[in-house]
Design a binder for this molecule. Sequence first.
Ligand code: C2E
Ligand code: MG
Ligand code: MG
Ligand code: MG
Length: 291
Amino acid sequence: QAEMAMYHTKKNGRNNMTFYDPSIQQADTRRMVMEDNLHRAVANDEFELYYQPKIHVKTGKIAAVEALIRWNHPVLGQISPAEFIPIAEETGLIVPMSEWVLHTACMQNKRWQEEGMSPMRVAVNISSVEFGEDDFVTKVVNILEETKLSPHYLELEITESVAIKNVGSVIEKLDALKQVGVYISIDDFGSGYSSLSYIKKLPIDALKVDRSFIQDLKANQTEETIVKAIITIAKSLQLDVVAEGVEEQEQVQILRKERCDEIQGYYFSKPLPVSEFEQKYESIERHAMSS
Ligand code: C2E
Ligand code: MG
Ligand code: MG
Ligand code: MG
């Protein structure tokens, strides 16, 4: 309801006369509560990581799991990252939050390997604020050492906007991470404004095709042509291609035909809490191998 109120305010803009509206008041309050409580969220153990598999198309095995943060607020309930990450970025609280995310994801992946699960990458989303920190690379290296996770099993997902906002240092930082052995992908590829000549200069491993291109993907339609073109570009740059937001079998079939490397989406699995992922990963792979 609070989200609705915020939408309502924006949509009506300045052309409408605004009267006192308790629902707007409520949206403001929600934001203030979140801003205030974000400080304590790490210490209070209110964050949780969900994990969503990326399926290796050729084998049907889980190639990676993406860590997606959830905030279990004692009063407001579960809050989506789309709502609190912008607040965390504005307040600088993204920095301690992100350290917690990286550490937890690496530790969890190491634990899974020790428990005998076949090794897979863990993918962590990196915001531009985090990536822009001078000591970002050092932090990543330290966390890898602390958790003893082999760098090859850590993937960082950065968006095109991250790469663009940090033009000066981005290549330097990515090069350093690459040296260490970390796998790097461009998230939401195609949704931003980066030019291909710029992408070409980045030392990255994969492009993750934005969900907007996958959403209406049907055989013999414009979307198929676009996705096909993106895959061709990625291949010519010797990059892996991942599709996000895949929900239907027809999309899987098209992506397989076009030689997409990895597929992620509700069709195979939504993001799951640790215990549920542990219960389901074998059946997710069985389903992937037979589809
Ligand atoms: P993203 O990295 O592009 O993640 C994909 C989002 O799409 C996730 O939403 C995921 O739950 C959702 N999704 C996955 N498969 C499907 C599908 O088949 N259909 C549909 N409709 N949606 C699907 P979520 O978990 O709410 O995360 C939203 C965004 O918040 C992420 O977008 C990412 O940018 C950001 N985020 C999440 N966790 C973190 C984090 O730990 N750190 C940072 N900096 N950002 C994060
Ligand atoms: Mg992502
Ligand atoms: Mg994405
Ligand atoms: Mg996205």
